[in-house]
Design a protein around this ligand. Structure first.
Ligand code: GCU
Length: 330
């Protein structure tokens, strides 16, 4: 049953702002995120909720649940598909079961930098991937930034051969699993919430993520080396349930789309600021940063190159466009 129910008695409070504070909402909708309250994606979600409340004079209220309060990422997305949760923000890595096209945006070493990724997300490839969710029960609203993912471990890593024998946590994703195997290590798929204790107990030797997550989840306390290899950028998607979407008028849908896009710009800004702050905080707390030489980087790049053939051979035209989008304005 959807949370998109008509509620009579509730008053809009908190983030709704403006003069909508005494309006009775028509919809009270739930939003799931597995990051903590102060994390950029959750701050972006709060901004989204505020913008939507303002634009609908308090008719649509969105309650953001942070910290995987409504379940781990996989489960939250399943609940969105069924209509039990209205919105979720999820990493694209875990959405490939719903869209094979998503692989096009997830390949290791695909983007030169953040601007390249955003040009692609805001262009044809980003749109094609969003459209590919048609019929899945998930409706994408906007992209969010998640920076670059790098390895971290309790062992120095400079080349793929240093990974031999290590167990590395991966997101529950066949692409991530294959990537770790190609690098000669053993992948261990675990939910995000389980990574800290897996590192602490030694169940895994390392993991990979962006600086923000490394710091925010306290992984810096249990993994000493951060290998700044930036092997992948996995963008995030804000999703709404098709069940909820079907209940909304076209003009409310347009409000959600445009508020989601506006919140994404805010999230991107916050993400970049937090990335620099997280890096600094971890380093002053004792994290050892390992920077790879160009030669070392190319060993990683070459090792994972077969993934392109395996996951993206049917999208070769779009992959060429993605590659050519480097250096273009978005
Ligand atoms: C990032 C992303 C999360 C995801 C996590 C992971 O932190 O924002 O949504 O769950 O990576 O590695 O699982």
């Amino acid at each position: 049953m959807s949370m998109a129910s008509v509620v009579g008695a509730l008053l809009v409070t908190g983030c709704s702002g403006g003069d909508s504070s005494s309006v009775t909402p028509q919809y009270v909708l739930t939003y799931a995120d597995n990051q903590s309250e102060d994390y950029p994606t959750v701050q972006g979600a709060e901004r989204f909720a505020e913008l939507v409340s303002d634009a609908t004079d308090g008719r649509i209220q969105i309650l953001v649940h942070a910290g995987a309060e409504l379940g781990d990422e996989d489960s939250a997305v399943e609940q969105v598909q069924l209509g039990g949760i209205d919105f979720a923000r999820a990493s694209l890595s875990i959405l490939t079961d719903y869209s094979g096209e998503a692989y096009m945006l997830l390949m290791p070493y695909e983007y030169e930098d953040d601007d390249h990724m955003w040009t692609v997300l805001n262009g044809d490839a980003g749109q094609e991937v969003m459209n590919s969710f048609d019929g899945t029960g998930l409706v994408p609203l906007s992209w969010y930034d998640a920076g670059a993912r790098s390895f971290y471990a309790n062992r120095e890593i400079h080349t793929p051969s240093d990974m031999s024998g290590l167990t590395i946590r991966v997101q529950p994703s066949d692409l991530m699993t294959d990537m770790i195997e190609l690098l000669g290590a053993s992948p261990s798929p675990l939910a995000y919430s389980e990574v800290y204790s897996a590192l602490q107990t030694g169940a895994v030797d390392g993991a990979e993520n962006n600086w923000n997550s490394f710091e925010s989840m306290g992984h810096n306390e249990v993994a000493r080396y951060f290998i700044e290899d930036e092997h992948m950028r996995a963008p995030e998607l804000q999703l709404i349930s098709q069940v909820t979407w079907d209940r909304l008028s076209e003009s409310d849908r347009e409000i959600l789309r445009s508020c989601a896009r506006e919140s994404a710009e805010y999230e991107r800004e916050l993400f970049n600021e937090r990335e620099a702050a997280s890096r600094e905080e971890c380093i002053s707390g004792g994290t050892q940063v390992i920077t790879l030489t160009d030669e070392e980087k190319s060993l990683f790049r070459d090792a994972v190159a077969p993934l392109y053939e395996k996951y993206c051979s049917e999208y070769s035209d779009m992959m060429t466009k993605i590659q050519n989008a480097s250096g273009q304005q978005d």
